[in-house]
Design a protein around this ligand. Structure first.
Ligand SMILES: C[S@@+](CC[C@H](N)C(=O)[O-])C[C@H]1O[C@@H](n2cnc3c(N)ncnc32)[C@H](O)[C@@H]1O
Length: 414
């Protein structure tokens, strides 16, 4: 039997080997040394997930390293000097990023600075690299969404009692693609900031309804007054002329409904599922406004009834809370087709991924592709969002960070 006091410290040596492997991979990535990187990632290193190693100090992954190496060095901003990225360095950076993505590098891993590789690329102005990472994010999210669909299908028999979308819920319809509380960000939409927020849970909870906001029982912002300009523009696009038929899903503070009313619609249907919101809207006289028909309940239950009754609309707006992207996709791919007039328009509150620019960009593309697949064209209009610093006091999470709101307007394809 070996004497424990003289035994070789095997673990320490193994750890040193691992650390060296990690540093070698990160160095090859930062030097854009494709041949070496390919060799290390594919065969030579003993590491199981070599494309996703991390520097213990900076939290850099090989993608971070490859992108950071493109940052121009002489940036004397104090003297007004602007620096541009060397085109040759950028070119080799592009090749390195492509190789790493092919080898399974995670697009939204966070470093110790709370930046994904895409955030880093955007900060240093390497937009070609940023676009590569956005495209990788789109591919990953599309795949995850499809796999979720398959999982739901295969679980159907065993798990009929499971709520639709349960465990896959998120505030508003905003998949948080990057979980800042975790070392490694998740690529899925089921890593919510508020894992306990589900649509059914939210609908059973008590609300705080104030003049400028509605909060749920965990202080999540359900709706806030700063969104008024977005709601005004959405209403204007949806109802360009008086006398049209409109359906709004999710009354909230009644902001968009107020703007829709100003357009004098011939009929104005509102679906609202939270009992406290319904009570408040009645208290404010919404049940006796011209053309208004209130449907109390979830859109999932009410829309099929409207379709069955042959109701159609010139405009439909969707803005709910604590629903997943899968719920939203069901809405536009299953329901809108039966409710929208041939030349009608529909829109939605576009808050998906709005807590980080790259997530917002990824989800714009993901939703656009799914909306096309469902048979609609979508036009986007950028609306600047004012600085919201003081807004989040008393709110659990700032759900809006990006500078511009992208307002969607959808129509049947020609
Ligand atoms: C963000 S607020 C809507 C804000 C509204 N656009 C405005 O201008 O004030 C979301 C609303 O959707 C409602 N809601 C959530 N889930 C719903 C569902 N499944 N069906 C119908 N309404 C729902 C919430 O109770 C809440 O009133």
């Amino acid at each position: 039997m070996a004497d424990p006091t003289t035994e070789e410290p095997q673990i320490t040596f193994t750890q040193i080997d691992v650390d060296l492997d990690v540093q070698e991979i990160l160095l090859a990535a930062s030097q854009h040394d494709l041949a070496k990187l390919r060799r290390l990632v594919r065969t030579q290193s003993q590491l199981p997930d070599a494309a996703n190693v991390k520097d213990p100090e900076t939290g850099y992954s090989p993608l971070h390293s490859a992108i950071a190496a493109c940052e121009p060095e002489t940036d004397d901003k104090a003297n007004g000097a602007t620096s541009t990225i060397d085109p040759e360095v950028l070119k080799s950076g592009v090749e390195t990023v492509k190789l790493l993505l092919q080898e399974g590098a995670i697009w939204n891993d966070l470093d110790k600075n709370n930046e994904t590789p895409g955030c880093l690329a955007r900060r240093i102005g390497a937009m070609e690299l940023y676009d590569l990472i956005v495209d990788a994010g789109v591919r990953a999210e599309m795949l995850m969404n499809r796999l979720d669909g398959y999982e739901e299908l295969s679980d159907e028999d065993e798990d009929e009692e499971k709520e639709e979308g349960e465990g896959d819920e998120e505030s508003r319809i905003a998949p948080q693609l990057v979980d800042a509380s975790a070392e490694q960000a998740s690529t899925s939409t089921d890593a919510p900031a508020n894992p306990e927020v589900t649509n059914r849970g939210y609908l059973d909870s008590n609300l705080t309804i104030q003049k400028d906001r509605i909060l749920d029982s965990d202080q999540n912002g359900v709706m806030m007054e700063w969104e008024s300009e977005i709601m005004r523009k959405s209403a204007e696009k949806l109802l360009p002329t008086p006398g049209l038929k409109v359906l709004n899903i999710g009354h909230g503070m009644g902001i968009v409904d107020g703007f829709l009313q100003e357009k004098a619609p011939a009929s104005h249907h509102i679906i609202e599922a939270h009992a406290e919101v319904v009570a408040e809207m009645k208290r404010r006289g919404w049940d006796s406004k011209p053309g208004v028909v209130i449907h109390e309940g979830r859109w999932q239950d009410i829309l099929p009834v409207l379709v069955g009754n042959g109701e159609t609309f010139d405009a439909i707006y969707y803005d709910t809370f604590a629903e997943s992207y899968a719920d939203f996709r069901d809405f536009f791919s299953e329901q809108v087709i039966g409710l929208l007039e041939q030349d009608g328009k529909w829109g939605f509150f576009n808050g998906m991924g709005a807590d980080r620019q790259i997530s917002y960009d990824v989800y714009q593309k993901v939703s656009e592709m799914d909306i096309f697949e469902a048979g609609f064209d979508v036009e986007w209009e950028d609306i600047p969002v004012p600085k919201l610093e003081g807004e989040w006091e008393g709110v659990r999470r700032a759900y809006w960070v990006v500078d511009n709101y992208r307002l969607p307007l959808c129509q049947f394809m020609d």
